[in-house]
Design a protein around this ligand. Structure first.
Ligand SMILES: [Fe+2]
Length: 351
């Protein structure tokens, strides 16, 4: 590879890492954003960002950079992006506390900062490419920059509305932010509807399973006691920028697929999503991904995965029939602790 290609690749890699990190951030933000013009803007830009990441990857491939090399950029770049974006534990904290209006406003400001960083990234990439007579890359950079400029303008149009809502909530006690309309909850309701539809066209056990899932998700979404999907979004966001040391399974890279599959049921939903995102970026092994898929789904209640057997047993003793069944099913598929299973079984038969 020539010196000039090296340099173009370096700048392409940086742009690619930014887009990938932004996919995670946008998903986390969408999960906490109620429907409306601001949500649509985020939804649309998530699609744009994914396309941009693909196009960058294809350009890198044309320049002879393989997939595994492309992705090494992510870890190195996350710290810079981390300074701009507050990824942290956003959605869960938010939905447990108040102040959703202000959180949305803060998200929008962070997104503006990210877009400005992207615009500058593409300014630099375009000029580097032009200097080195790579017109294909220069055109790509200009196209992407135009899309980021459009997003930045869209965000700036939303900010006055979001600020008005924040004042309304903080000063005048007018709540504009309804937890029930939040993206994650809404997605859960859509999933429930889809599951219901699927259930009516399926037969036997599969139908029952789908109906059970639909019931569970619907009641949850209505009550907004917990927020389905947030754990997965959070885990995925963490996994996208994780290195091997951050993973919940020690020495992950040296474990065989079978060894990983065997250990997966012990992991929480956040950890499963984290491993899933990591595995997709690295080995991308089918056996592992499909096992994770079979284990993913909401725990019987928020915080279940983090509770010990004693805490779960004490709650399940007073649980209604539905909840006790949920505990039994979930526990069977995951940690399968004897005491928990017995307590759930007793609660099912006595309620
Ligand atoms: Fe972008």
């Amino acid at each position: 590879m020539s010196r000039s290609e090296d340099m173009i690749i370096q700048y392409l890699n940086e742009a690619h890492a930014t887009e990938l990190a932004l996919v995670s951030t946008l998903r986390a933000h969408i999960a906490m954003t109620p429907e409306g013009s601001y949500r649509s803007l985020l939804d649309d830009h998530l699609d744009v960002t994914r396309r941009q990441a693909d196009r960058l990857e294809r350009r890198l491939a044309e320049l002879g950079v393989g997939k595994s090399l492309v992705q090494t950029g992510v870890g190195a770049f996350q710290s810079l992006l981390g300074q701009v974006l507050a990824l942290g534990k956003g959605p869960i904290d938010l939905l447990r506390g108040g102040g959703g209006e202000e959180k949305l406003l803060k998200n929008a400001k962070d997104e503006c900062a990210t877009e400005a960083l992207e615009i500058a990234t593409y300014d630099a990439l375009e000029q580097v490419a032009l200097e080195l007579a790579d017109e294909v890359t220069a055109e790509l950079a200009a196209d992407h920059r135009a899309e980021e400029e459009e997003m930045l303008a869209g965000l700036r149009e939303e900010i006055p509305h979001l600020a008005r809502d924040a004042v309304g909530a903080e000063v005048y006690g007018r709540k504009a932010y309804a937890t029930s309309e939040v993206g994650a909850v809404h997605a859960a309701e859509e999933a429930a509807e889809a599951a219901s539809r699927a259930a009516s066209s399926l037969a036997g056990g599969a139908a029952q399973q789908a109906e059970g899932a639909a019931r569970k998700v619907t009641s949850t979404a209505k009550e907004a006691r917990r927020v389905p999907g947030v754990e997965a979004v959070e885990g995925e966001a963490r996994g996208t920028v994780a290195s091997e040391d951050d993973l919940p399974l020690a020495d992950y890279d040296s474990l065989k697929a079978g060894e990983i599959v065997e250990r997966l049921p012990r992991l929480s939903q956040v950890e499963l999503a984290q491993v899933d995102a990591y595995e997709r970026r690295h080995g991308n092994r089918k056996t592992i991904l499909s096992k994770i898929d079979s284990l993913q789904g909401d725990a019987p209640w928020a915080g279940y995965d983090e509770q010990n057997a004693e805490e779960i047993e004490s709650r399940v003793r007073d649980a209604d029939d539905d909840e006790a069944r949920e505990v039994r099913e979930y526990e069977r598929r995951h940690k399968a602790r004897k005491g928990v299973l017995e307590a759930a079984e007793r609660a099912v038969t006595t309620s």
